[in-house]
Design a protein around this ligand. Structure first.
Ligand code: PLP
Length: 327
């Protein structure tokens, strides 16, 4: 397959491709948010992209780098969330067939979003694990390629968000990035090392899905149950391809609880006129925890967080509304 290596040059090449399809996203200051945190914080608004999440960058880059076999036989993957929409978006762009396997319990809104991008949805299994098994079997049977969420083409696509960010704010002191499978954070580290070696990159995960955190701390691939309400962070294992990069390069990795993530989503709604899903608010939860603890209060440069996604579930929207009304 025509993979690039996971290098800064690979990110530059990906940015040329992604930039032809997607506009750069804004990096914005929100004065009310600065007050709430007690320090200035910049928000990278990936929520404004098509599909509502940064993952579309991976899908767009993938679409330009498909092998002949992938073009002929199509793509298959399994996801209920933003990875599904990203692969569907990329496949439509490339004019190839995509099949997304989802567990039977997948919400109708998620199925509809993928079908609206012209991908086929197959509902199988009680869990994402069972759906994944079916997706791999389907790939073996039909010759379609199974697209792993940490496919190198996807990691390089995601890294283009950080190429933009460090261009927009070259003097950042600390960047908080949410971690599920680790593609975004790995991309951030690749770009930081080349453009902004003085900036700290801090990963943020839910303590109710700490597999990535455990893997990073142990230096080995670890698993953990995922009970978090933030679907974009609900991974149950460390991913070797991204952990290999994060192991040496990520400066710190913090856990936040789901209530802190809800509180951060509320801050984005009330102080930054932004609807975020839980995973999209997690990096702000990490920054808020650091601010509350007085970490880096003296600060070496501005702080940035990434609003990675806007696809809040009905429950997330209800909790947001309930909390805002009660506040
Ligand atoms: C997938 C996702 C994440 C986590 O990104 P990884 O690359 O899996 O670490 C964060 N936020 C949103 C909105 C996501 O969809």
């Amino acid at each position: 397959m025509p993979h690039s290596d996971l290098t800064f040059d690979g990110v530059l090449a990906a940015a040329e491709i992604v930039g032809r399809e997607l506009p750069a996203t804004p990096l914005q200051a929100h004065p009310l948010l600065d007050r709430a945190l007690g320090r200035p914080v910049l928000v990278k608004h990936e929520n404004v992209l098509p599909t509502g999440a940064f993952k579309v960058r991976g899908g767009v880059h993938l679409a330009a780098r498909l092998s002949d076999a992938e073009r002929t036989h199509g793509l298959v993957t399994c996801s209920t969330g933003n990875h599904a929409q990203s692969v569907a978006y990329g496949a439509r762009l490339a004019g190839v067939r995509a099949t997304i396997v989802m567990p039977e319990s997948a919400p109708a809104t998620k199925r509809d979003a993928v079908r609206a991008l012209d991908a086929d949805v197959v509902l199988v299994g009680a869990s994402l694990g069972e759906a994944a098994e079916h997706a791999r079997a389907l790939a073996a049977e039909t010759g379609a390629s199974f697209i792993c969420p940490t496919d190198e083409r996807i990691v390089l696509g995601h890294a283009t968000a950080y190429l933009e960010l460090f261009g927009q704010a070259p003097d950042l002191g600390t960047l908080f990035v949410p971690i599920g499978s680790g593609t975004g954070a790995a991309g951030a580290c690749l770009v930081r090392d080349a453009l902004a070696p003085g900036c700290r990159v801090v990963g943020v995960q839910s303590e109710a899905a700490p597999a990535g955190w455990r893997s990073w701390r142990a230096g080995t691939i670890e698993t953990a149950p995922a009970t978090t309400r933030a679907a974009g962070l609900a991974t149950t294992t460390g991913y070797p391809r991204t952990q290999e990069i994060l192991r040496d390069r990520l400066d710190d990795f913090v856990l936040v609880d789901d209530d802190a993530i809800d509180a951060a989503a509320r801050l984005l709604a009330t102080c930054a006129h932004t609807l975020a899903e839980g995973a999209g608010a997690a990096s702000l939860a990490g920054a808020a925890a650091a601010a509350a603890a007085g970490v880096d209060a003296a600060g070496t440069g501005p702080i940035a967080v990434v609003c990675t996604g806007a696809n809040a579930s009905a429950d997330e929207i209800a909790r947001l509304a309930g909390s805002v009304a009660a506040a």
